[in-house]
Design a protein around this ligand. Structure first.
Ligand code: NAP
Length: 480
């Protein structure tokens, strides 16, 4: 990391502006963000001056030697154009005395909002009101001190930038590029409200899938508890069943959740295909619920993988359980006592071999899907490879998981004992949706359907939707 920070990030200067080729950039404030920013700027070949209220208080060696330390006014005056405000927004007022020095300069507001759901102007908009003669640009607040220090190779590279001043924004965009970031122009200063809360959001794209996974787990767990523990205890007087809550029931619910979630990943795509077939065009937006669902497929897939992996680990632990050991030794003891031997059941042997093999293979393919959904891996694949893995292998994983479930159920699903209190076993409930998804996918593969779908996806539209045809139709009917 030390090497990263000493070597310039870019040997070439990308700026087309002479002022920016060796600009002096000022950073007001000498805290954590200021230090990391100064280090990154210096390593990008930029001259830096840091402005502090009290230079003497800065311990020697805190900033690189190349960084000049001045009082706030001296630093602001020395800045060629860009001045970063690395202080909290409540202290912006203390800079009002520097208005004239900062006039005409680009002020970069790096602050974050204090909390979500704050109404009124953003920090950047308030800064623009305080310094009307400066060009206020919002940016760099989504980058942490760690990301600034880890160099150009690690950490997030995206920097969101907005401003009402095109010139100010252009300069900050150039500087961000020179520092090795990927700046994203978010438009005018009102966008600062959204940018300022970005860092406060807690996994925004994960909340829906996580809640759904949790609810599904709760459903299967409660169902299994009623069917296998509570009702037998109350109605049949079965005792000593509650130990199943800790491991057995969790291990029954996890694969059910994994299977249903995996089916939901592919159900979204099927819905989209059916909507396009029904509309006869791909140029109409999907309803927002379907759009959201489609965008959450990656998260759903990863959660399905997590549940399946946990199921695998729980299953491997099964023989270690005291209950399993107790049952095995007791069964062996009874057989020895009765002088009998467990007969070789060819069908049961095949069943357990196939059931385990499909489960292991399904988990293996799922892990491949999970790995390719990591951006650094996914980015190395072209579109065809990515869809082959995510769609082709995804359906293979779904099929193997269904087979794992069905081999587990085997003929047991058709026995009356499998339905105590008229409640079907968990695995049977969990297999319904995946089977529907798989059958629907087969339906879409029918040549007459798949050829229409691929024509729609290449831009063909039915007469009902084609704007050219409609225009012609209106002209023929004499409508101007
Ligand atoms: P910090 O370590 O507390 O530094 C703030 C600096 O503000 C102080 O060192 C102080 O430097 C200066 N300052 C100027 N006027 C001040 C006043 N009247 N009262 C108190 N301090 C004053 O904070 P920070 O972590 O660097 O954060 C600074 C800004 O960067 C914040 O707006 C924060 O939201 C933003 N930010 C931080 C991070 C991060 O990872 N830390 C990430 C993104 C954005 P002098 O004493 O030298 O004047």
């Amino acid at each position: 990391m030390a090497d990263d920070m000493t070597a310039p990030l870019l040997t070439e200067d990308y700026s087309d502006d002479q002022t920016l080729s060796r600009p002096t950039v000022a950073v007001l404030g000498s805290g954590d963000f200021s230090r990391s920013l100064a280090v990154r700027l210096v390593s990008s070949g930029v001259r830096v001056v840091v402005g502090s209220r009290c230079v003497n208080r800065i311990p020697p060696g805190l900033f690189p030697d190349a960084v000049a330390l001045r009082n706030q006014e001296g630093a602001a005056a020395q800045a060629a154009c860009v001045v970063f405000l690395a202080l909290f927004p409540e202290h912006y007022g203390s800079l009002l005395g520097l208005r004239s020095v900062l006039a005409g300069k680009v002020l970069v507001d790096v602050s974050n909002a204090e909390m979500l759901n704050i109404y009124g102007p953003s920090n950047a908009e308030r800064l623009a009101e305080l310094f009307p003669e400066s060009l206020v640009v919002k940016g760099f607040n989504t980058v942490s001190t760690w990301e600034l220090q880890t160099g150009a190779h690690d950490g997030s590279k995206q920097v969101l930038i907005c401003s009402n001043s095109t010139d100010g924004k252009r300069k900050v965009l150039q500087l961000a590029r020179q520092m090795g970031f990927h700046p994203l122009d978010m438009g005018g200063l009102p966008a600062a409200r959204e940018i300022e809360v970005t860092s406060l959001r807690l996994f925004p794209s994960w909340s829906g899938p996580v809640v759904l996974t949790f609810l599904l787990f709760l459903f299967f767990y409660t169902y299994g508890f009623l069917r296998g523990i509570l009702l037998p205890s109350i109605l049949q007087g079965s005792r000593d069943l509650f130990y199943r809550l800790a491991l057995e029931l969790v291990n029954e619910s996890l694969p059910a959740v994994a299977l249903v979630i995996l089916a939901l990943v592919y159900l979204a795509g099927l819905f989209a295909a059916f909507v396009q077939l029904w509309r006869g065009t791909k140029y109409q937006r999907f309803p927002s619920w379907l759009d959201n669902w489609l965008q959450r497929r990656k998260q759903l897939g990863l959660l399905s993988f997590l549940c399946a992996a946990l199921h695998g680990v729980y299953s491997v632990c099964q023989p270690l359980r005291r209950v399993t050991q107790h049952r095995l030794t007791n069964a062996a003891y009874r057989q020895v006592k009765a002088g009998t031997e467990e007969p070789w059941d060819e069908l049961a042997v095949w069943r357990s071999e196939l059931y385990l093999s499909c489960g292991v293979l399904g988990l293996g393919v799922l892990s491949l899907l999970a790995i390719t959904s990591v951006p650094s891996v996914g980015n190395t694949l072209n579109w065809r490879e990515f869809t082959f893995v995510q769609s082709g292998l995804g359906y293979v994983a779904l099929t193997l998981s269904i087979m794992h479930t069905l081999f587990f159920g085997w003929d047991f699903a058709f026995h009356i004992e499998a339905y105590p209190f008229y409640m079907p076993p968990i695995f049977l409930l969990a297999a319904v949706l995946p089977c529907i998804v798989l059958l629907s996918r087969c339906f879409l593969l029918l040549p007459c359907i798949s050829s229409r779908l691929s024509r729609i996806r290449r831009g063909w539209e039915s007469k009902r939707n084609c704007p050219v045809f409609q225009h012609h139709h209106l002209q023929v009917n004499g409508v101007p």
